[in-house]
Design a protein around this ligand. Structure first.
Ligand code: GUN
Length: 292
């Protein structure tokens, strides 16, 4: 069994990006600039955004964090987005989700200029991705594809089961896996909470991508010997032995599944670190105007 080391791969990619940035700076160009908008004090969002700011530093980017309290109005956020859309010093920006209930996430996402939408959530980027046009691909799916590529995992003709149909992971990763590209060219089945015969479909899969948010859902009996298992789950479960009081648990019963498969991603340290890297890559592409 090969453990897919997302942390090391992410560090390698950040070094590659940093080298490219220093080359840009040596040529007199300015550093890529990412802005993150964070609303409220959700623990998970605070950590994600802090990690994004840290990754910007590692890549040699400029970063700006804009914070609002939970009671910020939708109008105020839309005003900020309009300013960022028109600011030539900003290459890309993200609005950390989830947002408070009184704000429409869809309205916010659609207000972002798709040319600065480095999260790849705007319908223009989602649509272009689904028909294989250049675009910002959202971070988690692109991180998964990068891991498959760097670990030389054959996807061509492979049977791939995607567990979960979310807009930010399940649907886009299923689409990328069936694209006429490598990695890609897989035969993809998407299973979700209303699917029947999940165990049988998984047991035939060469590649399982689990993105359900259901801790330990994928058990050893569901996995074919020699399969590749990508775990996207990151549920916080209580853990009294930790200072934080919780630990992250994936969608895969790691200890038992690891014994059976050829490749597996751990949680934490698998897909997670790669997602931030993909955001950095998109910001670099935005700064270089390589897509739009
Ligand atoms: N919340 C959880 N994941 C993400 C992400 O990738 N981007 C944004 N903006 N919010 C998130």
């Amino acid at each position: 069994m090969t453990l897919i080391d997302g942390k090391k791969t992410a560090d390698d990619i950040k070094r590659e990006i940093a080298a490219e940035v220093e080359e840009m700076v040596a040529q007199g160009k300015r550093r890529p600039h990412l802005v993150a908008i964070l609303v409220g004090h959700d623990g998970g969002s605070e950590t994600y955004v802090a990690n994004k700011v840290k990754a910007c530093e590692a890549c040699g980017f400029r970063s700006t964090l804009i914070r609002y309290e939970d009671d910020v109005t939708e109008a105020k956020l839309l005003e900020t987005i309009a300013k960022l859309n028109n600011d030539p010093e900003v290459d890309g920006f993200i609005v950390q989700l989830p947002l408070p209930k009184h704000i429409s996430e869809q309205k916010i996402i659609e207000a972002i200029d798709y040319r600065k939408d480095v999260d790849g959530f705007h319908p223009v980027n989602v649509g272009r991705m689904s028909i294989g046009l250049p675009c910002f691909v959202s971070a988690t799916p692109s991180g998964i594809m990068e891991l498959l590529k760097r670990y030389g995992i054959n996807t061509k003709g492979a049977k791939c089961v995607v567990l979960g149909r979310s807009n930010i992971v399940g649907k886009p990763v299923a689409s990328l896996m069936m694209h006429k590209a490598n990695p890609g060219n897989a035969t993809v089945t998407v299973l979700h909470s209303s699917s029947n015969n999940i165990n049988e479909a998984c047991a035939e899969a060469d590649i399982i991508i689990a993105a359900l948010g259901s801790p330990g859902f994928v058990t050893a009996d569901m996995v074919k010997p020699g399969a590749t298992v990508i775990d996207v789950g990151t549920t916080r479960v209580p853990d009294a032995t930790r200072k934080s009081g919780f630990r992250l648990r994936g969608d895969v019963d790691f200890e038992n599944v690891a014994e059976k498969c050829a490749f597996i991603t751990p949680v934490p340290g698998g897909v997670g670190p790669m997602t931030i890297c993909s955001l950095m890559r998109n910001t670099l592409l935005a700064a270089k105007k390589e897509i739009y």
